[in-house]
Design a protein around this ligand. Sequence first.
Ligand code: NAI
Length: 336
Amino acid sequence: MTHTVCLLPGDGIGPEVTSAARQVIEASGVAIEWVLLPAGATALEFCGSVLPERTIAAIEGHGIALKGPITTPIGGGHGSVNVQLRKRLNLFAAVRPVRSLPGIKTRFENVELVIIRENTEGLYSGIENEIVEGVVQSLKIATEKACTRIARFAFDYAGSRGRRKITVFHKANILKMSDGLFLRCVRKVGKEYADRVACDELIIDNGCMQLVSDPTRFDVLLLENLYGDILSDLAAGLVGGLGVVPGANIGRTCAVFEAVHGSAPDIARKGIANPLACIMSGVMMLNFMGETVAADRIRNAYDAVLLEHNPEQLTPDIGGKGTTQSFTEAIIRAMQ
Ligand code: NAI
């Protein structure tokens, strides 16, 4: 069976890492027809919009996409294409598995956590205005509907994967209404799953301290949008950095798979970006599509390459002297 998958190369290192993921996925034996779609800076240049309508329509139509990172200008310019995409396609749940990898030495071994982030509201929606000159406000939106939806998603996810515990990070002591609502919804949904999945809660500042002190005590972390964004990068730092943490944005009718990292302008077009996070996102995508044999082949291959730890093959961020392409080719060879 041939699948049709949308491919958004994105900005910065996006074209490099999505090309690597495409090569590896194709070598795994899955038949995919890729629909190349513009989004981000290149889309603006050639289509006059950072997020052309045909890109949205194609993802809606095919239901699945692999996406590279997209640059968002700082302190001005256009709004985030990523935020727009998640809102337009109602990709309400971000799922980010963070695990210790063979051959990558970090402070902790046996990290095996999953971050689940509410993806559509909170402060991260970027709804801001200037009330009078010199005074601005940013709105933090929380709705019972979205908080309950992400809570149910997280408990279903945990229950279906044999995960034991969900820990919700919040700041409901200060943000009594918005984080208070989030927490109440999680508690309410949690009661329905109490026989299968335990649930505890931490005020986020304490949660961060606990996470960097001993990440192995956590299983599934559930957070609202902005906290989930920040904690994802923090957690990546515990297992080898942004080059090794994948992600999925899941909605009811569409799913968009992308690494946690951004467009990394500092290393773009140097050929040294780590493609693994994007390849791992591709593996999540294959599992989602039911192509579990191909997904396992790729996962076993990159685990073997990491374990071998040949510096000539690996990218510099994980201690290698190689390139995006040398790493990609090593993974493809390991599959044969
Ligand atoms: P970033 O994740 O792009 O880079 C942070 C650091 O990690 C940089 O030193 C970079 O070189 C390194 N890094 C990231 N990915 C890497 C990889 N695959 N291999 C090796 N090193 C890697 O975060 P930054 O610099 O804060 O943001 C850059 C741009 O990316 C911004 O415009 C931001 O808005 C955007 N961004 C987009 C995301 C998306 O499209 N989902 C997510 C995060 C940021």
